[in-house]
Design a protein around this ligand. Structure first.
Ligand code: TYD
Ligand code: MG
Length: 455
């Protein structure tokens, strides 16, 4: 008889450990390791031994499989992120910070899917039914044919799903669900994992789509959605800055569509409103051209998005100058600063550098390098870039500018929003777009000399 093995799992990265420690070796997170009792049917429960199983039924790769029929919610931003609508029997995880608007989004989605004909069940483990009903009324969705239940016991939920036979079930949230075969508190890694496993396998078996809500949190007591990511077909993150009204729904994994697609919403008094033209919104607060501000022509998924990048460079009162970034990668900022110093001879030593992506968007594209460099130079030299100009391009460590993908898409978006010129790397295949004057440079030094004199 093997002795009962207790393992420990990191809530942040999901790594397994044999003993508890204050810091996870795998990801470096502090206080994120919790005790984990193995799933009874999980790996490692019992070795298979010599008892024979059933032979599998094998099929060919060439078997014709029809494109899955999709149901559109009518919320175009949501449908696009799902890859064109909801696929039957799919499991979707929607993660995000507490209070960002997940319940609001999913209640609106539930109502829309129900109105387009899906039998929809909304299970809340966090709120009373009256609260959800009140919110639905405030959102003008009081008449939507959504069935509502407040429950946390997963066994009851699965039984209800079996008898009611809904086509879509929304579980808000996976951290509140409780599986009675697992001996640990709701919200622990083993509970979250077991609940997600039960729900996703039920979804596959019975042809029900499930949407799981997962809170992302740094608090080690509650398991993050990371431990669930591999079990579901689609992982969406709902992000945004608390102080801003914009919310971005981003697909980071999708078995039924492109990843990295974004949907843009605006949080209003009457719920989430779709933003069909995010560039116009992100640029709406922009005044006259000013030093340190440039417009980056970015692409998120298949969609061009123009955003304002703001930089501030000021003499530092401290012995170690500050580097602060909102909406971009700080390692990438360090790289751009190093290239400016080493290749263009423009030092930022003794200067505090602040960089902000306006509107609360998070940018991860390398194409933003050039825009960041231009914003930093413009702030440092206290000289504004020409008006109505967008900028994009990747910077290599040698200081060369590399062309980026979807140039035409970026230029068309700029043209649509009234921009008249673009600064970009030379080379690349794009023919350009009518109405936009291209100003191309092969390296950063050339751009610096041309735009800011000798630097
Ligand atoms: P909620 O959907 O409860 O967030 P989550 O489920 O991610 O924790 O949204 C909470 C916030 O949204 C709350 O601070 C209030 C705001 N809100 C609005 O601004 N307008 C609305 O119509 C609704 C329903 C919520
Ligand atoms: Mg909620």
């Amino acid at each position: 008889m093997a002795k009962s093995t207790t393992t420990f799992t990191c809530n942040a990265c999901g790594a397994s450990h044999t003993k508890w420690s204050g810091r996870c070796d795998a990801c470096g997170e502090w206080n994120s390791i919790t005790e984990d009792t193995p799933l009874s049917a999980g790996p490692g429960a019992k070795s298979i031994g010599s008892k024979r199983g059933n032979a599998l039924h094998l099929t060919d790769l060439s078997t014709q499989e029809a494109e899955p029929p999709r149901t559109q919610s009518g919320l175009a931003e949501l449908d696009r992120v799902l890859g064109g609508g909801l696929v039957p029997a799919s499991a979707i995880l929607v993660g995000g910070d507490p209070g960002i608007g997940k319940s609001t989004l999913l209640l609106q989605a539930a109502a829309k899917f129900a109105q387009s004909g899906l039998k929809t069940l909304y299970v809340t483990g966090e709120e009373a039914p009256a609260q959800v009903r009140m919110r639905a009324q405030r959102l003008g969705l009081g008449d939507a044919p959504v069935k509502l239940a407040a429950a946390t016991a997963l066994r009851d939920i699965l039984t209800t799903m079996d008898t009611e036979k809904p086509q879509l079930v929304i579980i808000d949230s996976i951290q509140t669900m409780w599986v009675d075969t697992v001996e640990s508190a709701p919200g622990s890694v083993s509970q979250v994992r077991a609940a997600a496993h039960e729900l996703t396998s039920f979804a596959k078996r019975k042809g029900v789509s499930v949407i799981l809500v997962g809170h992302v949190t740094k608090d080690g007591q509650i398991a993050g959605p990371r431990v669930v990511e591999h079990m579901v077909d689609t992982v969406l993150y709902f992000e945004g800055e608390r102080g801003h009204q914009f919310r971005i729904l981003r697909s980071v994994k999708n078995r039924f569509g492109p990843a990295d697609e974004i949907g843009v919403f605006e949080m209003t008094g009457a719920g989430l409103a779709e933003v069909a033209n995010p560039s116009a919104l992100f640029l709406s607060g922009r005044g006259d051209p000013s030093p340190g501000s440039v417009v980056f022509a970015g692409v998120e998924g298949t969609r061009p998005v123009l955003v304002e990048m703001q930089a501030l460079v000021a003499p530092s009162p401290h012995s170690q100058a500050r580097r602060a970034v909102v909406g971009w990668d700080s390692a990438r900022l360090a790289m751009v600063l190093a290239v400016l110093e080493a290749r263009c001879g423009i030092p930022f030593t003794g200067l505090d550098v602040y960089l902000n992506v306006a509107g609360g968007l998070k940018i991860s594209e390398p194409a933003a390098d050039f825009a960041v460099a231009a914003a930093l130079l413009s702030a440092r030299e206290d000289a504004a870039l020409p008006a109505e100009t967008v900028i994009f391009g990747e910077i290599s460590l040698s200081g060369a500018l590399r062309p980026v993908g979807q140039t035409e898409n970026r230029l068309k978006e700029a043209q649509k929003l009234g921009f008249t010129s673009a600064i970009s790397p030379s080379g690349g295949k794009s023919p350009g777009v009518a109405g936009i004057t291209l100003n191309q440079f092969s390296d950063l030094t050339g751009f610096v000399g041309d735009t800011f004199g000798a630097g």
